[in-house]
Design a binder for this molecule. Structure first.
Ligand SMILES: [Fe+2]
Ligand SMILES: [Fe+2]
Length: 236
């Protein structure tokens, strides 16, 4: 079964090359050399692992938002372009890709199975609320470059806080309740095939191994903010 999945993934990867880049909103669609698979491996990850590591990207964006909230509270001037870039990653990677996967592949199956329907309704409503907040954050970050005593700064802080307040429980509930339950409502074959579909979509939108390119973009933003070095968070 693994060999079949792997072969199919490679085929999908090759056929998606022509389309890769057309929709790449983050300029992450450059193709890597053919032998790069050897370095990263042909992943063959499950839908849940795929979605959960995307939550890891979202969590790192939330840390970037946290840092901006601290700068706003301290009235420290900052370069709004980092926040604009972070909001753009939320828009293109989280909202237009990750949440679309949940909405197209997971939510309808739960509704059809009559399972966790209330939870799914809430998650879907939160996706919509998240998109509204991202639009607000992006707009305010673009104009609020450093007018730290202004009503815009208060509005920006409110929007960042509301985003953090909603997304931490949102993704924690998906990780601990929705994704574990997903396995029980689809057949093993369908579960495996969905893993392939998710990878195909990721390749189409962000280029081959696009996940790692997005992680790298987030790391660059963390470096600009001085929150990249992990050891700084270890208690002294
Ligand atoms: Fe979600
Ligand atoms: Fe999610």
């Amino acid at each position: 079964m693994l060999e079949t999945s792997s072969t199919r993934r490679k085929f999908l990867r090759q056929t998606s090359i022509a389309g890769a880049g057309l929709l790449a909103p983050l300029a992450v669609a450059q193709q890597k050399p053919a032998d790069a698979d050897k370095a990263k491996g042909d992943e063959g990850i499950s839908p849940a692992e795929d979605l959960m590591r995307e939550h890891g990207v979202l969590n790192r964006i939330l840390l970037i938002y946290d840092e901006h909230l601290r700068m706003l509270a301290d009235k420290r001037p900052f370069d709004g372009s980092v926040l604009v870039s972070a909001a753009d990653i939320v828009r293109h990677f989280v909202e237009e890709y990750h949440e679309k996967l949940e909405e197209e592949f997971l939510f309808p199956r739960f509704r059809k199975a009559g399972k966790l329907v209330g939870l799914v309704d809430t998650l879907q409503a939160q996706h919509k609320a998240g998109r509204d907040l991202t639009a607000k954050i992006r707009e305010l970050a673009a104009v609020a470059t450093l007018k730290y005593v202004s009503s815009d700064s208060d509005k920006l802080a409110d929007a960042l806080r509301a985003f953090l307040h909603m997304y931490r429980p949102h993704e924690a509930r998906e990780d601990t309740v929705l994704f574990p339950a997903f396995r029980s409502i689809v057949s093993p074959h369908e579960y495996d095939a969905l893993g392939d579909d998710f990878e195909k979509k990721e390749d189409q939108l962000f280029g081959d191994e696009g996940f790692f390119k997005v992680v790298d973009q987030v790391a660059q933003l963390e470096k600009k903010l001085g929150i990249y070095e992990l050891a700084q968070f270890t208690p002294k």
